[in-house]
Design a protein around this ligand. Structure first.
Ligand SMILES: Cc1cc2nc3c(=O)[nH]c(=O)nc-3n(C[C@H](O)[C@H](O)[C@H](O)COP(=O)(O)O)c2cc1C
Length: 376
């Protein structure tokens, strides 16, 4: 690519708003094709190293995170990108989501990994379908990472979606993947129980409990070192389900929860979008469905975290169990609100790229500076 990714992102910031006047099909095609090429170059960038102010240091599961803010899953699917975010000043690096079998992801006609940005609304839609090179390859890549101080390495994993593989086999394969990451020295693992973009159908609480019980017995109880494992749910999780989910995770020996993944509450999102972006949104939802990320999740992720923290505060826990917030995080205020609500770690995806378009590689530095400014 002859322009730096920062230049591409800045140009994109200028041109993105006019995409709402272009035919939706053109916009989806342009962004779906452009994203992968951009990311391939992006992970190779080596910006100047940012020093993270010590006030942001946190210790979670006995691990030092120099800041609670890190990327959300799905950004670095192949495991490349550690050096980039470590230099930018991230608090950690999260690779994946990976599955046992490599996946090429969703395609419809000539459209590969459908994606649509809604920049005026700080949101996006995606229907990628978990493309990834598989646990084995990514675990090997993560094992080779030389860590920066206070910037741990995490892996996001999922059972293989689809109805053609028996559940027992999927879970066995997932345990093999978890062991590969454990042996590959990752610092923490996130199990993605919430991707809306695969051929997997809805599941009941009992199904979920059975899957988690299997993983607890076959992996958690047999860990050779105490690598923490958290489970990521949807931001569409009903508040009434939260206590039961947390009790189940805690009883089974999991180490935390993440709220959460993208939303499929299209009718609610539609009302919150900028009017100029509704046509593109309707096109995307009708053609692909997909998950919505970004600002429309800000409220739900914060509610879920607050509610989970309140439930946890009523339990007498004799070990660490942490809440991670993901969804609609864009600013220093969002980070502050997350920590005040009870999150120990915070992840961002859509907001990260919004900030990159404005600030380039100084995005973490600027956010840390804003964090220390007195409120206006
Ligand atoms: C293009 C794209 C790909 C994603 N891929 C994954 C994934 O592989 N695994 C996962 O757990 N979440 C994935 N997500 C969801 C994000 O990790 C995150 O939960 C969601 O986008 C909400 O955060 P945000 O509002 O900061 O974007 C993806 C999101 C986007 C936009």
């Amino acid at each position: 690519m002859w322009l730096s990714t920062k230049a591409v992102a800045s140009l994109d910031r200028i041109f993105r708003p006019i995409t709402s006047w272009m035919p939706p099909k053109w916009t989806v095609k342009r962004y779906s094709n452009g994203r992968n090429a951009f990311l391939e170059d992006f992970v190779e960038e080596r910006p100047d190293r940012v020093k993270v102010p010590s006030l942001h240091n946190v210790e979670v599961w006995g691990l030092k995170f120099r800041s609670p803010l890190l990327n959300a899953a799905g950004m670095f699917k192949t495991g490349a990108g550690y050096e980039l975010v470590a230099r930018q000043g991230a608090g950690a690096f999260l690779a994946g989501t990976t599955t046992a079998r490599p996946r090429s992801g969703n395609r419809q006609g000539e459209l590969v990994h459908p994606f649509a940005p809604y920049p005026r609304s700080g949101a996006a839609s995606n229907w990628l379908g978990l493309p990834n090179p598989g646990h084995r390859k990514v675990a090997r890549a993560l094992a080779r990472i030389r860590r920066a101080d206070g910037c741990p390495v995490g892996a996001s994993v999922s059972a293989d979606p689809g109805k053609d593989i028996p559940l027992e086999k999927k879970l066995e394969d997932l345990v093999v993947g978890l062991r590969l990451y454990e042996e590959g020295r990752v610092d923490f693992i996130e199990i993605n129980e919430s991707c809306p973009n695969t051929e997997e159908g809805e599941s009941t609480f009992e199904d979920l409990e059975a899957r988690l019980t299997y993983l607890a017995g076959n992996f958690l109880a047999q860990r050779r070192r105490p690598v923490p494992v958290v489970v990521k749910f949807s931001n569409d999780t009903e508040l009434s389900q939260v206590p039961r989910l947390l009790d189940t995770l805690i009883n089974l020996g999991f180490d935390g929860v993440n709220f959460g993944n993208t939303t499929t509450k299209y009718r609610r999102v539609r009302k919150e979008l900028s009017k100029s972006e509704v046509k593109l949104f309707d096109f995307f939802v009708k053609k692909f469905g997909g998950g919505v990320s970004g600002r429309p999740l800000r409220e739900s992720s914060l509610y879920l975290v607050s509610f989970a923290a309140e439930h946890l505060s009523g339990l007498a826990l004799n070990r660490e169990f942490h809440i991670i917030r993901t969804g609609g995080v864009e600013t220093a205020k969002d980070l502050k609100d997350s920590l005040n609500a009870g999150a120990s770690l915070v992840q961002w995806y859509t907001g990260y790229f919004g900030a990159f378009a404005r600030q380039g590689h100084e995005l973490y530095q600027k956010l840390y500076e804003d964090y220390s400014k007195p409120p206006e």
